[in-house]
Design a protein around this ligand. Sequence first.
Ligand code: MG
Length: 391
Amino acid sequence: MTPVSKRIAILGSTGSIGRQALDVIAAHEDLTVCALAAGRNAALLGEQARTFAPDCVALALEGERSLLRTELPEGTELLTGPESLTEIVWRAHPDVLLTAVVGTAGLAPTLAGIACGATLAVANKEALVAAGGLVMPAARAAGVDVLPVDSEHSAIFQCLAAGRRDEVRRVVLTASGGALRDWDPAAVADAGVDDALNHPTWDMGRKITIDSATLVNKAMEIVEAHWLFDLSADEIDVVLHGESIVHSCVEYQDGSMLAQLGRPEMTTPIAYALNYPRRRPCPGEPLDLAALGSLTFSRPTGRFADAVELGFDVIRRGGAAGAALIGANDAAVAAFCEGAIAFGDIVPLVGQTLARCEPIEEVTLEALLAAEAQARREVAARVSSRTVRTD
Ligand code: MG
């Protein structure tokens, strides 16, 4: 059977996920690129445009515009400015929209993708964490598929195919524990930026690697699972799994637990989402269970449990709590990277800000973005007044 050709738009094409997605697309003739968008890396965006000849490219940072224009192939349109990430979705009308930008910058383009009827391949978890209450109902109403690219959620999505939704007892998200997982708890609080960036199993972007070290990434993934799969806080569990081979599990009412396993490489969930509902050959070594020997699991305790709890707290609070989590964490990580606060300050600071998040009357894009901005301001104020340390 000849596969159906898919036109794919990638937002965040110069980042880690975007580059790997282009590798996947290059390996399959029937996957084509109709649009590419990036934040500031004009040089790489130009190079990608020359290779894939999309209909249009977008660069959010206008300052680099002149650099890019001369590099584009004939027939490729250039859009620039912060709104161009949304504009390019309307312009390209993709079959599949891969959202791989970092932060809530992906939110408006995600909603545009839904309005265009595009299948969503979501790597931009912040859009779901901050605004799952907008994104998921809109996607359902429009009848578009929302396919997770996050490895844990791709695993859950795949395991959910084995049964009915009302047969699910709970899902178990696995967590690597991040770069500092083996550190003495007393030393972790004063870890440096380079320490937090030294991830043992996953090679990812800078922000998510730090979020992985704090485990705020796992808190976000709890909220992401809540929205993607309509799960309550009681139906989500987290275990530490240092090898990052079991990407997550679904437990059914009969006690059967299904897991999806694979090497810790994002090309697998990316290829799954882009080729869905088909599975196609992927390059790379097969998983060798005998060579792995053993897999380990443990319950998160101490700082791991504190960070994970933030995710459950967001679900219970509802409203704009997810947006506040994103804003507070972004600002706290930025402050850590600037040397203004210690690594150990990040999670308490995010937790304190979340606790002050006000209820909102109606879940709208404006209200959510306002809550995110408010959380950023609160963190900035605490950092500048040096009232951060809680220990
Ligand atoms: Mg993940």
